[in-house]
Design a protein around this ligand. Structure first.
Ligand code: HEM
Length: 127
């Protein structure tokens, strides 16, 4: 029962995280005033914290862990890369071309993480 709850929360937070990151990229690249609203800073942090908390709860429930099971190690490093690319994409200062490239790469990494999750395979393109 709790597995289903953790998983529903984890997947919902993943979908929300993707949507918010996608939108923040568009708003940031268009210099939208929405980016200066307080909730745009706070809500993604709350969502990402919940995403990670439920990830840990799921890992403990199914007794599979990063650095033990390769697909979860891949998800862990994927998440790290997503955070790093996301920070390059959304932090002003660098050229817009670099920020857009980082944004697209972060979106691609996110899709990779979802594919790893769905297949339990660190190389989901190779069977
Ligand atoms: C951006 C980061 C992440 C995204 C987008 C994501 C996405 C997903 C998705 C879509 C599923 C459902 C897969 C399915 O049932 O078909 C899932 C399940 C899961 N995720 Fe994540 N996840 C992320 C990070 C993590 C991390 C860092 C961990 C490591 C602790 C983790 C651990 C798990 C576990 C244990 C499951 C349950 C797999 C199962 O049903 O057997 N996730 N994740």
């Amino acid at each position: 029962m709790s597995f289903l709850l953790f998983k529903t929360l984890h997947v919902s937070c993943a979908a929300l995280s993707f949507t918010l990151f996608f939108l923040r990229g568009i708003w940031s690249f268009n210099d939208s005033p929405i980016m200066r609203q307080r909730w745009v800073e706070v809500v993604p942090h709350v969502v990402d914290t919940l995403l990670l908390a439920n990830a840990l709860a799921l890992a403990f429930t199914i007794e599979q862990y990063p650095f033990v099971d390769t697909w979860l190690t891949a998800k862990f490093f994927g998440l790290l890369l997503y955070i790093m690319l996301g920070s390059v994409a959304l932090t002003p200062g660098r050229s817009k071309a670099i920020r857009i490239a980082a944004w697209l790469a972060a979106l691609a990494v996110f899709i990779y993480i979802v594919l790893v999750a769905a297949t339990h395979n660190p190389l989901p393109f190779i069977h």
